[in-house]
Design a protein around this ligand. Structure first.
Ligand code: NAP
Length: 322
């Protein structure tokens, strides 16, 4: 473990997961339970609005966490970010600031804060090294979200320095998998593609339109892998440096669309609407530190993870229509 301290035995702790009922949160809660953690408090938005300080205070009184995972966030694809820059900035900053402040006041032993690849400068050198996080402004369509989340890195580091708080900060790449958000008004690229391809197929339509020109690259991390990395960081990492969580596999959006079409059985044309934004030109994370600090390496190949995601969505569609 970094800093020479012993790994934390999470099974004995009262654990609280904000955003635990969300997409990534549901995988994290499952991974914690699979690892033998019996006392996991899943924070539901309908019970606690973490933008309100009184709810944050009540949460800490109710859950009395020893270990905190902060995942609650307002997230979405490029369109949702463009439509809601102010509310995305405010909600993500205020939730994190309040939750970490109460973790400090309540003497939480370990806090793990989930950041995002969207915090990196638009043209950071590839692969993105944690050292380049502050070397420029993020890509404009997701900058308010990315910066709001990056504020929490500063808070973790400042609280570590002043109060000795064991708070660590992780930067996952684009996450995908079963149970992702398939709502077209807020979904990310993979669920958006799967949904439009399966819908086109069921209507016998022979054309779908994707945003941008297909040239940007992304790296995708399967949600189950991401959850495993977060658990490992909680057990074994105690350092101020932010750490990337990624697969290290870079793929263009155009290639992603072709693989997704094949897995969906969609044989129609894929056209590109270049009047819509591309987002950041390239994304690929340097994954060295996660392996060095807490032994994390992603194991699910993209094609396998995509196939599982398509299968899950088809299953959901058939259970809805049954
Ligand atoms: N998905 C990705 O590609 C990706 C990539 C990198 C990092 N991340 C990070 O991973 C974390 C989880 O993201 P996700 O994709 O799993 O998103 P998600 O499914 O939307 O999960 C976020 C959760 O936060 C909850 N939440 C939102 N506002 C809240 C509030 N005011 N009070 C309490 N809870 C609130 C949401 O509840 P409701 O849905 O009920 O509002 C939801 O359960 C986030 O921190 C995100 O920034 C995600």
């Amino acid at each position: 473990m970094v800093n020479g301290t012993r790994a934390i035995d999470l099974t004995l702790k009262r654990i609280c997961v904000t955003g635990g009922a969300g997409f990534l949160g549901s995988f994290l809660v499952q991974a914690l339970r699979d690892a033998g953690c019996a006392n996991v408090f899943v924070v539901e938005h309908r019970d606690y609005d973490l933008t309100k300080e009184s709810d944050v205070q009540r949460l800490f009184e109710d859950a009395r966490p020893q270990v905190l995972f902060h995942l609650a966030a307002v997230v979405g694809g490029i369109g949702a970010n463009q439509e809601n820059p102010g509310s995305f900035f405010y909600a993500n900053a205020i939730m994190g600031i309040q939750v970490l402040e109460y973790a400090r006041r309540c003497g939480v032993e370990k806090s793990v804060v989930i950041g995002t690849v969207c915090s990196y400068p638009n043209l950071a050198p590839i692969p993105f090294s944690e050292k380049s996080l502050w070397d420029g402004y993020p890509e404009v369509t997701n900058a308010p979200y990315g910066i709001a989340k990056k504020v929490l890195l500063v808070q973790c580091q400042a609280y570590r320095e002043q109060y000795g708080m064991n708070a660590v900060y992780l930067l996952p790449g684009n996450i995908y998998g079963p149970r992702d958000n398939f709502d077209p008004s807020s979904s990310h690229v993979i669920p958006a593609m799967i949904r439009s391809m399966l819908e086109a197929k069921s209507r016998n339509a022979n054309k779908i339109v994707c945003w941008g020109d297909g040239s940007p690259t992304r790296e995708f991390l399967y949600a189950e892998d991401a959850a495993g990395g977060i658990v490992k960081a909680a057990q074994r990492y105690d350092g101020a440096a932010p750490v990337n969580l990624g697969s290290g596999e870079e793929i263009s959006i155009k290639d992603l669309a072709e693989i997704t079409a094949e897995l969906c059985g969609y044989e129609g044309h894929i056209s590109w609407d270049a009047s819509k934004p591309n987002g950041q030109p390239r994304r690929k994370l340097d994954t060295t530190l996660a392996e060095q600090f807490f032994g994390f390496r992603a194991t699910t190949p993209l094609r396998e993870g995509l196939a599982a995601t398509v299968a899950w969505y088809k299953e959901r569609l058939s259970s809805v229509s049954a």
